[in-house]
Design a protein around this ligand. Structure first.
Ligand SMILES: C[S@@+](CC[C@H](N)C(=O)[O-])C[C@H]1O[C@@H](n2cnc3c(N)ncnc32)[C@H](O)[C@@H]1O
Length: 304
């Protein structure tokens, strides 16, 4: 707690990663105070490299606590679904529909409350099944209806026969999955040969933990730049994405995902790094500077 208090006094920090909210890292050093407490700042900065607030919250939350999504599913439902999130409406859902167009039977892995599953079925799929281990997501998905079938299941043990689906999607899910390789192998198993797999992630390079705008008043003249966090360090953490809302995350370098997809039997087709959509950029004039820094990464592969 002492660290936290000191940290707050010295650095004004908010983290943009994965909360998918419009936030900034702002570091303003008062030169005189900076000099006076130099050794403390140095120490605190060492924490910032490892996501400062994660260090602070690990004492009260457990990265393997399966109840975190259960407890906080309503945060996701309120903040990101049902048309309220510009990135979903303008970018994620249209991309999913486009990349899975023409696939009859589609699996939505980590479906949440089913927003993409519903849209896939309303487009041209014959059958869409959404799975999610979080019962409060599945209950909400069933309540919101729209036609897909929903099952409570983990991505790493799918309750389907081999070669069942023509397409599969996992949107902003794998960054919450510990057993990544097993989950990929399971998606490959239930897809028929030639079946399409679409993996959407918070961009693992540019949205690495600890990434964000730095408003650096220490430089002369002051500069604002995008800091990239410790990209090569794999890390399982619990993040406070909003006050009192704790969500488990796993950060991995992009090569881990690509190599695991190849090992699971996928033939890589495309990679898409879209600029944040207009509706997102509109939320703050200053965020326009981030238009050249993608928040989303899409990997498209077909089962060999
Ligand atoms: C950020 S939400 C995304 C929901 C949905 N895909 C969407 O785009 O609206 C992440 C979802 O992943 C689910 N999840 C967490 N661990 C999972 C696992 N091991 N297997 C499958 N889904 C998981 C959570 O329950 C949550 O619903």
């Amino acid at each position: 707690m002492r660290v936290y208090a000191l940290f707050n006094r010295v650095l004004k920090v908010s983290i943009p990663y994965v909360s998918r909210k419009l936030e900034w890292i702002t570091i303003k050093f008062d030169r005189i105070r900076y000099r006076r407490i130099w050794h403390h700042v140095h120490w605190v900065c060492a924490f910032t490299v490892h996501r400062p607030w994660v260090v602070i919250v690990t004492g009260v939350t457990d990265v393997n606590d399966p109840g975190l999504w259960e407890k906080h599913a309503d945060w996701w439902q309120d903040e990101f679904t049902d048309g309220v999130d510009a990135e979903y409406e303008e970018q994620i859902i249209p991309l999913a529909l486009d990349l899975l167009a023409g696939r009859d039977r589609i699996l939505d892995v980590g479906t949440g409350e089913g927003q993409i599953a519903r849209k896939l079925l309303a487009a041209d799929a014959d059958q869409v099944v959404g799975i999610d281990p979080t019962s409060s997501q599945i209950i909400e998905a069933i309540k919101r209806g729209g036609g897909p079938a929903y099952l409570r299941s983990d991505a790493d043990a799918l309750p389907f026969a081999d070669d069942t689906f023509d397409g599969a999607l996992a949107c902003l899910v794998y960054e919450h999955i510990e057993a990544m390789e097993t989950a990929l192998a399971e998606s490959a198993r239930v897809l028929r040969p030639g079946g399409r797999f679409v993996l959407m992630l918070n961009h693992p390079l540019l949205q690495t933990p600890g990434s964000g705008w730095i408003d650096d008043q220490w430089l002369d003249p002051p500069e604002r730049y995008w800091r990239i966090g410790p990209y090569l360090q794999e890390a399982s953490t619990v993040e406070e994405v909003q006050k009192d809302v704790y969500i488990p995350f796993v950060h991995r370098p992009l090569s881990r995902y690509l190599n695991a997809m190849v090992d699971a039997g996928f033939g890589f087709k495309r990679m898409i790094e879209p600029s944040p959509p207009e509706g997102f950029l509109e939320r703050a004039a200053t965020y326009r500077e981030a238009a050249a820094i993608p928040r989303l990464l899409v990997l498209v592969a077909d089962k060999l």
